[in-house]
Design a protein around this ligand. Structure first.
Ligand code: CP
Length: 308
């Protein structure tokens, strides 16, 4: 049985199946006829990921347990490991975890008998964001083969860049990176291009914010960043007619992207957020099925019953 830790653990076939299930949830929905408890253990700030997990869980009819790290017993020194063991003992059926450590799952994955979904690990992995990004691109182009995707911004400190670059390659896209000096990560084996080159060649441009909270030294961004490395209105005009803009958000308007472009025609930024709910529903039910917590083939049986 697998925890959902990394996008790399999925085959292309499994990714496509999650897309199909997510689309099915968008139009149909499924309320589980079992009492199932979910705990969302977020030790870093979140708006989208935490809320979309809660919405996904509630749409599935799950009971969402209340947990806020700032008012939890972690403030009295309880470890992540003991927090997860506590929720397991209390009867949670699923936990999602976001933590600043790149490798938090190494402490817990072999000692917990309920499934864990990675909701963000330091600067290493953000697999559910990755899948909602892939779904958004797939909805647009229906294939990744031959697509040129540029990931641009603070690559060095971004867990989204790590997850997405590998997944895009596995799915058949050509991946390029674009970063200001000091924001490169040469452990990712993809070519770097300038932002001017990026807008000319890409089918999808994935922008990233500067992750100040993960910088070793305190840093600020001056107003020249947008002009030199960001998506300005002038650069947007150079993009191919069909090219789309993505951003995992939160967005720093006027830094990595001109504020007027956040909601422009080619922006899929709010579509990504919407997709986040449905892909997380699919990930949750797929994981619960793999663990035997939800009856195997429940989704398939529901699909068959509805289409007959
Ligand atoms: N994209 C993303 O992870 O957003 P949050 O930090 O708001 O969850």
């Amino acid at each position: 049985m697998r925890h959902f830790i990394s996008a790399n653990q999925l085959t292309v076939k499994e990714i496509m199946r999650l897309f199909e299930t997510a689309d099915w949830y968008r139009y149909t929905g499924l309320e589980l006829k079992q009492q199932l408890f979910a705990a969302n253990l977020f030790f870093e700030p979140s708006t989208r990921t935490k809320s979309s997990f809660i919405i996904a869980q509630r749409k599935l009819g799950m009971e969402v347990l209340d947990f806020h790290s700032t008012t939890s017993s972690t403030q009295k020194g309880e470890t992540l490991y003991d927090t997860v063991k506590t929720f397991e003992a209390l009867g949670a059926d699923l936990v999602t975890i976001r933590h600043c450590s790149d490798t938090w799952f190494e402490q817990v994955r072999d000692h917990i008998s309920i499934p864990i979904i990675n909701a963000g690990a330091g600067k290493a992995e953000h697999p559910t964001q990755c899948l909602l990004d892939m779904l958004t691109i797939y909805q647009e182009f229906r294939s990744f083969k031959g697509l040129k995707v540029v990931i641009a911004g603070d690559i060095k400190h971004s867990r989204v860049a790590q997850s997405n670059a590998h997944a895009l390659k596995a799915l058949g896209a050509s991946v390029f990176l674009s970063a200001a000096p000091g924001f490169e990560d040469y452990s990712l084996d993809f070519p770097y291009i300038s932002m001017d080159e990026a807008v000319n060649c890409c089918d999808a441009l994935m922008l990233l914010r500067i992750q100040h909270e993960r910088h070793e030294e305190s840093s600020t961004t001056d107003s020249s960043y947008l002009e030199n490395y960001g998506l300005t209105k002038k650069r947007e005009k150079q993009m191919k007619k069909h090219a789309i803009i993505l951003h995992p958000a939160p967005i720093n308007r006027g830094v990595e992207i001109d504020s007027d472009l956040v909601e422009c025609e080619r922006s899929r930024i709010f579509k990504q957020m919407e997709n986040g709910v449905y892909i997380r529903m699919a990930i949750i039910t797929n994981t619960l099925q793999e663990w035997g917590i939800m009856n195997e083939n429940t989704i398939e049986k529901c699909k068959a019953a509805i289409s007959s």
